[in-house]
Ligand binder design. Sequence first.
Ligand SMILES: [Zn+2]
Length: 417
Amino acid sequence: MPVCLLAGRYLTYLGKGVGLKMDEKRMQVNEERLTRTFQRLVSIDSPSFGEREMADVLKEELRRLGFLVEEDEGGRAYKGTAGNVYGFRKGKLPGSPLLFAAHMDTVEPAKGKRAVIHEDGRITSEGTTVLGADCMSGTAALLEALWELEEEEALCRDLEVVFFIGEEKHLKGSAVFDFSRVRAEESFILDLTGPVGTAAYRAPTLVDFQIEVSGKASHAGFAPEKGVHAIAIAARAVAAMELGRVGEDMTVNIGGIEGGGGTTNIVPERCSLIGEIRSYSHEGALQQAKRIEEVFRKEAEKAGGSSRMTFQVPVHAYHTPKEHSSVRRFSRACEKLGLSGRLVETFGGSDQSNLSLHGIPGLVLASAMEQVHSCEEYTQVSELLRLTKLLKLLMQDDFDVQGSELLVKWVLPKQEE
Ligand SMILES: [Zn+2]
């Protein structure tokens, strides 16, 4: 019987018979400290690969919260100032650790940003920078949840926390993180827009490609027929390509074209294009890249030129099944807080892609950030509070799964007649 759906407020470990009254404190949040932490984090300049100060502040916070903290050398590969920050804290509840993660870098313009709290509870930047709610809202709520559980001496799971560098540069920080150290079997990433209580369970593969088109230079006035027009080849190929939403779960874009000789009187010998493919199907994205390569090859051949395509796959598709423990845990916590618990697909990337790639499935949680990557970015105090409550519940959730069986279940106190 799905007793968790009922209004029981007692928890019993099967086989242990320990009853715990669900403390009302679980629902309390220190709003003043939460907003202060958010403002402090926002005030730190933390561009991609310039995360040194942010890393130092977060490491210090985690240490004060009783975490064993390490920083890797992930930044070295990118000449960055800091590495990924990893923390582990033993808990008193049974089960494998739960992993919570956010990223430390923010997009530009972000130098000198300041969080302005308005009377209606909205928090914005001063208008000339992003706010940095992406990803400082989630980070502030995560720290606040940890502080409160500490003060309440609440029983928690073993917890792992990772703050990644370079997420905004195609997940470069998590791409070099050593996931073998992670013991968690599920993760919660704080990096999604939308109302708190929403989570993404699926995201696409991203293929970034470059195409070089080569023709033959010739004087445009004296001997145009001796030239092979690289830009004309590219134009015909782009016209023959499928662009935009090319299927139910795939998009293709050409984002830029450059080349030519910079003069009006020469048939251009070369040009290059950049573009991307997104698809929920990893294989589908790679096949699409092959099709695009073929379109360019044919058009170049017809004109007597050539083309060469190269691509990278910085983001791999993931799909966390709805039966997975992270989804069940999230749904239960949302239910208790009266949040929607809505699961969505996203077409954006996040560090969850690299976690899933390394065998750690999970969800990307809506983390109190809106209109990100713009100077209109904002958060709301009420959403920060909701997110903190949600994180507190997740960290205290002692459900566990073995296969698909729950080991621990909610049970009701004896029904009154
Ligand atoms: Zn983000």
